[in-house]
Design a protein around this ligand. Structure first.
Ligand code: ADP
Ligand code: MG
Length: 243
Protein backbone atom coordinates (compact mmCIF):
# COMPACT_ATOMS: atom_id res chain seq x y z
CA UNK A 1 0.00 0.00 0.00
CA UNK A 2 1.38 3.38 -0.93
CA UNK A 3 1.31 6.12 1.63
CA UNK A 4 -1.03 9.05 1.04
CA UNK A 5 0.58 12.48 1.42
CA UNK A 6 -2.36 14.70 0.44
CA UNK A 7 -5.99 13.71 0.87
CA UNK A 8 -8.58 16.19 -0.38
CA UNK A 9 -12.20 15.18 0.25
CA UNK A 10 -15.11 17.04 -1.28
CA UNK A 11 -13.48 20.45 -0.99
CA UNK A 12 -15.08 23.62 -2.31
CA UNK A 13 -13.73 27.15 -2.29
CA UNK A 14 -15.72 30.28 -3.04
CA UNK A 15 -13.99 33.63 -3.29
CA UNK A 16 -15.62 36.88 -2.31
CA UNK A 17 -18.15 37.85 -4.91
CA UNK A 18 -19.45 34.26 -4.91
CA UNK A 19 -16.93 33.00 -7.42
CA UNK A 20 -16.85 29.22 -7.02
CA UNK A 21 -13.21 28.46 -7.85
CA UNK A 22 -12.96 24.87 -6.60
CA UNK A 23 -16.11 22.78 -6.73
CA UNK A 24 -16.37 19.62 -4.65
CA UNK A 25 -12.91 18.30 -5.46
CA UNK A 26 -11.63 14.99 -4.11
CA UNK A 27 -8.06 13.95 -4.80
CA UNK A 28 -5.50 11.84 -3.07
CA UNK A 29 -1.83 12.05 -3.85
CA UNK A 30 0.49 9.17 -2.95
CA UNK A 31 4.03 9.55 -1.68
CA UNK A 32 6.51 9.87 -4.52
CA UNK A 33 3.97 10.61 -7.22
CA UNK A 34 4.49 13.21 -9.91
CA UNK A 35 0.98 14.57 -10.35
CA UNK A 36 0.38 17.11 -13.07
CA UNK A 37 -2.72 19.32 -13.16
CA UNK A 38 -3.99 20.83 -16.38
CA UNK A 39 -7.12 22.65 -17.52
CA UNK A 40 -8.31 25.90 -19.12
CA UNK A 41 -7.32 29.23 -17.64
CA UNK A 42 -9.46 30.12 -14.61
CA UNK A 43 -10.53 26.52 -13.89
CA UNK A 44 -9.11 26.60 -10.35
CA UNK A 45 -5.64 25.08 -10.67
CA UNK A 46 -3.80 27.77 -8.72
CA UNK A 47 -6.53 27.84 -6.08
CA UNK A 48 -6.16 24.09 -5.59
CA UNK A 49 -2.40 24.46 -4.99
CA UNK A 50 -2.99 27.39 -2.65
CA UNK A 51 -5.44 25.29 -0.65
CA UNK A 52 -2.84 22.54 -0.20
CA UNK A 53 -0.31 25.16 0.86
CA UNK A 54 -2.67 26.75 3.38
CA UNK A 55 -2.64 30.09 1.56
CA UNK A 56 -6.42 30.00 1.24
CA UNK A 57 -9.04 28.28 3.37
CA UNK A 58 -11.91 26.15 2.06
CA UNK A 59 -15.68 26.39 2.64
CA UNK A 60 -16.53 22.72 2.90
CA UNK A 61 -14.95 19.29 2.75
CA UNK A 62 -11.65 18.41 4.37
CA UNK A 63 -7.94 18.26 3.63
CA UNK A 64 -5.34 16.04 5.28
CA UNK A 65 -1.75 16.96 4.60
CA UNK A 66 0.96 14.55 5.68
CA UNK A 67 -1.67 12.84 7.82
CA UNK A 68 -2.56 16.02 9.66
CA UNK A 69 -5.85 17.85 9.38
CA UNK A 70 -5.58 21.20 7.55
CA UNK A 71 -6.80 23.35 10.44
CA UNK A 72 -4.50 21.72 12.97
CA UNK A 73 -1.42 22.80 10.99
CA UNK A 74 0.37 25.97 11.98
CA UNK A 75 0.23 27.62 8.56
CA UNK A 76 3.79 28.97 8.69
CA UNK A 77 5.07 25.53 9.58
CA UNK A 78 2.92 24.00 6.83
CA UNK A 79 4.39 26.32 4.20
CA UNK A 80 7.90 25.56 5.37
CA UNK A 81 7.17 21.83 5.07
CA UNK A 82 6.05 22.20 1.47
CA UNK A 83 8.18 23.48 -1.41
CA UNK A 84 6.40 26.04 -3.59
CA UNK A 85 7.57 27.21 -7.00
CA UNK A 86 5.78 29.80 -9.08
CA UNK A 87 6.12 30.87 -12.70
CA UNK A 88 8.13 34.00 -12.02
CA UNK A 89 10.59 32.12 -9.75
CA UNK A 90 10.17 34.93 -7.21
CA UNK A 91 13.82 34.98 -6.12
CA UNK A 92 14.90 37.61 -3.63
CA UNK A 93 16.73 40.10 -5.88
CA UNK A 94 19.10 41.38 -3.21
CA UNK A 95 20.26 37.89 -2.22
CA UNK A 96 22.79 35.73 -4.05
CA UNK A 97 21.90 32.30 -5.44
CA UNK A 98 23.34 30.70 -2.34
CA UNK A 99 21.56 33.07 0.02
CA UNK A 100 18.30 32.44 -1.82
CA UNK A 101 18.76 28.70 -1.40
CA UNK A 102 19.63 29.10 2.28
CA UNK A 103 16.94 31.63 3.12
CA UNK A 104 14.38 29.31 4.73
CA UNK A 105 17.13 27.29 6.41
CA UNK A 106 18.57 30.44 7.93
CA UNK A 107 15.25 31.78 9.24
CA UNK A 108 14.57 28.31 10.63
CA UNK A 109 17.81 28.47 12.62
CA UNK A 110 19.54 25.58 10.85
CA UNK A 111 23.22 25.20 11.70
CA UNK A 112 25.44 27.12 9.28
CA UNK A 113 27.64 24.16 8.42
CA UNK A 114 24.53 22.21 7.44
CA UNK A 115 23.26 25.15 5.37
CA UNK A 116 26.57 25.27 3.59
CA UNK A 117 26.56 21.56 2.80
CA UNK A 118 22.96 21.70 1.59
CA UNK A 119 23.63 24.67 -0.70
CA UNK A 120 26.36 22.67 -2.44
CA UNK A 121 24.10 19.62 -2.77
CA UNK A 122 21.37 21.80 -4.27
CA UNK A 123 23.82 23.46 -6.66
CA UNK A 124 24.86 20.03 -7.86
CA UNK A 125 21.23 19.03 -8.30
CA UNK A 126 20.55 21.97 -10.62
CA UNK A 127 23.97 21.73 -12.28
CA UNK A 128 25.29 25.03 -10.97
CA UNK A 129 29.02 25.38 -10.41
CA UNK A 130 30.27 26.72 -7.09
CA UNK A 131 31.19 30.08 -8.64
CA UNK A 132 27.57 30.58 -9.73
CA UNK A 133 26.45 30.41 -6.11
CA UNK A 134 27.55 34.00 -5.66
CA UNK A 135 25.64 35.35 -8.66
CA UNK A 136 22.62 37.59 -8.17
CA UNK A 137 19.26 36.80 -9.80
CA UNK A 138 19.42 39.70 -12.25
CA UNK A 139 22.51 38.12 -13.85
CA UNK A 140 20.81 34.77 -14.46
CA UNK A 141 18.78 33.64 -17.47
CA UNK A 142 15.10 32.80 -17.01
CA UNK A 143 15.90 29.08 -17.02
CA UNK A 144 18.64 29.51 -14.41
CA UNK A 145 16.32 31.55 -12.20
CA UNK A 146 13.71 28.80 -12.37
CA UNK A 147 16.35 26.21 -11.43
CA UNK A 148 17.31 28.26 -8.39
CA UNK A 149 13.61 28.62 -7.53
CA UNK A 150 13.29 24.82 -7.58
CA UNK A 151 16.48 24.37 -5.54
CA UNK A 152 15.34 26.92 -2.97
CA UNK A 153 12.01 25.12 -2.61
CA UNK A 154 13.85 21.82 -2.05
CA UNK A 155 16.24 23.22 0.56
CA UNK A 156 14.35 21.91 3.59
CA UNK A 157 13.82 18.50 1.95
CA UNK A 158 10.07 18.92 1.84
CA UNK A 159 7.86 15.86 1.45
CA UNK A 160 5.78 17.76 -1.08
CA UNK A 161 6.68 20.17 -3.88
CA UNK A 162 3.94 22.31 -5.38
CA UNK A 163 4.77 23.99 -8.67
CA UNK A 164 2.50 26.45 -10.46
CA UNK A 165 3.42 26.59 -14.16
CA UNK A 166 7.10 26.68 -13.23
CA UNK A 167 8.29 26.43 -16.84
CA UNK A 168 5.52 28.55 -18.34
CA UNK A 169 7.64 31.59 -19.15
CA UNK A 170 10.56 29.72 -20.75
CA UNK A 171 11.34 29.19 -24.42
CA UNK A 172 10.79 25.67 -25.80
CA UNK A 173 14.41 24.53 -25.78
CA UNK A 174 15.00 25.64 -22.19
CA UNK A 175 11.67 24.19 -21.18
CA UNK A 176 12.47 20.72 -22.56
CA UNK A 177 15.79 20.76 -20.76
CA UNK A 178 14.20 21.74 -17.46
CA UNK A 179 11.47 19.12 -17.89
CA UNK A 180 14.21 16.48 -17.94
CA UNK A 181 15.90 18.04 -14.95
CA UNK A 182 12.64 18.05 -13.01
CA UNK A 183 12.21 14.34 -13.74
CA UNK A 184 15.75 13.70 -12.50
CA UNK A 185 15.25 15.78 -9.37
CA UNK A 186 11.95 14.04 -8.72
CA UNK A 187 13.62 10.65 -8.95
CA UNK A 188 16.62 11.58 -6.86
CA UNK A 189 14.74 13.41 -4.13
CA UNK A 190 11.85 10.98 -3.74
CA UNK A 191 9.70 14.05 -3.05
CA UNK A 192 6.05 14.09 -4.08
CA UNK A 193 5.57 16.58 -6.93
CA UNK A 194 2.33 18.33 -7.80
CA UNK A 195 2.73 20.53 -10.85
CA UNK A 196 0.31 22.77 -12.69
CA UNK A 197 1.01 23.25 -16.37
CA UNK A 198 -0.86 24.61 -19.38
CA UNK A 199 1.11 22.40 -21.76
CA UNK A 200 -0.59 19.09 -22.55
CA UNK A 201 2.60 17.45 -23.69
CA UNK A 202 4.31 18.46 -20.46
CA UNK A 203 1.40 17.19 -18.35
CA UNK A 204 1.44 13.83 -20.11
CA UNK A 205 5.19 13.30 -20.30
CA UNK A 206 6.05 14.32 -16.74
CA UNK A 207 2.97 13.16 -14.85
CA UNK A 208 2.73 9.69 -13.36
CA UNK A 209 -0.92 10.78 -13.11
CA UNK A 210 -2.67 13.72 -14.72
CA UNK A 211 -5.59 15.61 -13.17
CA UNK A 212 -7.72 17.32 -15.79
CA UNK A 213 -9.69 20.25 -14.39
CA UNK A 214 -12.59 22.20 -15.80
CA UNK A 215 -14.73 24.84 -14.07
CA UNK A 216 -13.46 24.05 -10.58
CA UNK A 217 -13.91 20.31 -10.92
CA UNK A 218 -11.58 17.42 -11.64
CA UNK A 219 -12.99 15.78 -14.74
CA UNK A 220 -10.52 12.90 -14.58
CA UNK A 221 -7.38 11.96 -12.68
CA UNK A 222 -5.58 8.93 -14.03
CA UNK A 223 -2.36 7.77 -15.63
CA UNK A 224 -1.64 9.26 -19.06
CA UNK A 225 -2.31 5.84 -20.65
CA UNK A 226 -5.74 5.51 -19.07
CA UNK A 227 -6.75 9.06 -19.96
CA UNK A 228 -5.72 8.58 -23.57
CA UNK A 229 -7.27 5.14 -23.90
CA UNK A 230 -10.28 5.79 -21.74
CA UNK A 231 -11.26 9.45 -21.38
CA UNK A 232 -13.91 9.86 -18.67
CA UNK A 233 -16.23 11.93 -20.84
CA UNK A 234 -16.60 13.85 -24.08
CA UNK A 235 -15.07 17.01 -22.62
CA UNK A 236 -11.86 15.20 -21.59
CA UNK A 237 -11.73 13.44 -24.92
CA UNK A 238 -11.89 16.79 -26.77
CA UNK A 239 -9.43 18.43 -24.39
CA UNK A 240 -6.71 15.80 -24.79
CA UNK A 241 -7.19 15.45 -28.53
CA UNK A 242 -4.66 18.23 -29.12
CA UNK A 243 -1.99 16.05 -27.60
P1 ADP B 1 -6.26 28.91 -12.81
O1 ADP B 1 -5.00 28.84 -11.99
O2 ADP B 1 -6.74 27.57 -13.27
O3 ADP B 1 -6.14 29.85 -13.96
P2 ADP B 1 -7.40 30.21 -10.46
O4 ADP B 1 -7.38 29.23 -9.37
O5 ADP B 1 -6.38 31.27 -10.45
O6 ADP B 1 -7.45 29.47 -11.88
O7 ADP B 1 -8.81 30.93 -10.47
C1 ADP B 1 -10.05 30.22 -10.42
C2 ADP B 1 -11.19 31.23 -10.43
O8 ADP B 1 -11.19 31.97 -9.22
C3 ADP B 1 -11.09 32.26 -11.55
O9 ADP B 1 -12.38 32.54 -12.02
C4 ADP B 1 -10.49 33.45 -10.88
O10 ADP B 1 -10.91 34.64 -11.51
C5 ADP B 1 -11.05 33.35 -9.47
N1 ADP B 1 -10.11 33.90 -8.46
C6 ADP B 1 -8.84 33.52 -8.28
N2 ADP B 1 -8.26 34.19 -7.24
C7 ADP B 1 -9.23 35.03 -6.77
C8 ADP B 1 -9.30 35.99 -5.72
N3 ADP B 1 -8.23 36.22 -4.92
N4 ADP B 1 -10.46 36.66 -5.53
C9 ADP B 1 -11.53 36.42 -6.32
N5 ADP B 1 -11.56 35.52 -7.32
C10 ADP B 1 -10.42 34.83 -7.56
MG1 MG C 1 -3.13 29.70 -12.28
Amino acid sequence: MSETVIEISGVSKTYEGNKLAVDNVSLSVAKGEFLTIIGPSGCGKTTLLRLINGLVDFDSGDILIMNRQFHSWDKVQLRRSIGYVIQSAGLFPHLSVKQNMQFVMSISGIDEAIQEKRAHELAQMIEFGDSQLNEFPENLSGGQQQRVGVARALAMKPQVMLMDEPLGSLDNVTRRKLQNELLNIHQKSGTTFVMVTHDLREAFTLGTRVAIMNKGRIEQCDTPEIIRGNPANEWVSQFVMEY
